[in-house]
Design a protein. Structure first.
Length: 362
């Protein structure tokens, strides 16, 4: 399937978590606008990235620049494209959990070597004999940036077929924090799993890590891409800036506050993509406070009767977004005030969405 040679690699660095009993963030909307892309990688669409071009010694990385919490469950589903060349193509992917946004050694290091501490799920399409690689394309779970399979958490598991076949392949990575079990599926087939307290044993008790993707090529090469389909995780304590933390504290202190990162397209109730970060955090807070309801108040500067309609539609757009995230519509009260309260008080001449928590009467 390939001759012994340096890896051209793809490594994907993943670290995420969710919990069925606590707030979880679902989907790609939260992340698509803020993925950090290195100079040699490129964005193909909202959810797809090219990690290496089809040329020798190319490399690139993407990262989500906010930590997530591995003390909760994590699951990601993505499609990986490993290229169209088999015997002359390389090299593969490594999905990684790590507290560092780092690119490791290229070639046989698959961009993962020396990234420590870390957990890496390797999808390798080139045989490097010095790393005890099998002849066939293979998968393994690695630790602490060591790519030699003698030191892996699992053995190298052969696919028994060529996966550099010009096709996309679905990869699912699942971490169960309660059972401390990490599992990997490839095209619907279970490939590998470990039971290990990775938070304690690998990350010295600190479960907050970054996720991202690194990639490089060597003497042999392929175009290599990744597209994200489904992502569920529990955010780390610093998912957003301290701005929302203050909003959360004020809400829990029975204060009315203005959302600071919610924006609409000009003179419409259509949310800008940047708004999803703050609204996802708001949805998470509502899940953690199931007895509380949310009041949503829209304010605009438009004159005349149209102002109240637009402000009401904008407040409703916030409610609709939260409903899509699983919040019961009965817990949401959307109201539009037009321009009645713009130009006065704390927010002079400012269009805004204000929110407050309240407990309904019995």
């Amino acid at each position: 399937m390939k001759l012994p040679q340096r890896l051209i690699l793809i490594s994907l660095i993943f670290f995420q978590a969710i919990s069925s009993s606590s707030a979880q963030i679902n989907g790609w909307e939260l992340m698509k606008e803020i993925i950090k892309i290195s100079a040699n990688a490129s964005k193909l669409s909202d959810n797809c990235f090219q990690l290496t071009e089809d040329r020798p010694w190319a490399g690139g990385s993407i990262y989500y620049p906010n930590k997530i919490d591995l003390n909760k469950n994590f699951k990601v589903e993505m499609d990986v494209f490993l290229g169209c060349k088999d015997g002359e193509g390389a090299d593969g992917m490594v999905f990684v959990f790590s507290p560092k946004m780092a690119l490791g050694k290229e070639g046989g290091g698959i961009g993962y070597e020396a990234v420590s501490p870390s957990i890496g799920i390797e999808i390798d399409t080139w045989q490097n004999e010095e790393n005890n690689d099998p002849y066939q394309d293979h998968l393994a779970i690695l630790q602490n940036g060591v790519v030699n399979h003698r030191n892996g958490l699992t053995k190298a598991i052969s696919f028994k077929r060529n996966i550099e076949d010009c096709e996309e392949h679905t990869v699912i990575i699942s971490w169960n924090a309660l059972d401390k079990r990490l599992e990997v599926f490839f095209d619907g087939q279970y490939m590998a799993g470990i039971e290990k307290d990775i938070v304690q044993d690998i990350f010295q008790g600190d479960g907050e890590v970054f996720w991202g993707v690194t990639a490089s090529t060597g003497g042999q090469f392929n175009q290599q891409k990744v597209c994200f389909d489904k992502i569920n995780f529990k955010p780390g304590s610093a998912l957003l800036t301290s701005t929302f933390k203050k909003i959360e504290l004020d809400l829990l202190d029975n204060k009315t506050v203005a959302l600071t990162q919610v924006e609409f397209k000009d003179q419409t109730p259509i949310l800008e993509d940047i708004s999803t970060r703050e609204l996802d955090e708001l949805a998470a807070l509502l899940e953690e406070q199931p007895d509380m309801h949310l009041g949503i108040m829209g304010h605009v500067e438009t004159d005349g009767t149209a102002s109240k309609r637009l402000s009401k539609k904008r407040a409703k757009a916030i409610a609709d977004y939260l409903i899509e995230k699983g919040i019961d519509k009965k817990r949401l009260n959307a109201t539009g005030f037009g321009n009645r309260y713009t130009g006065v008080g704390e927010y002079p001449n400012e269009e805004r969405i204000e929110i407050y928590l309240f407990r309904p009467l019995p």
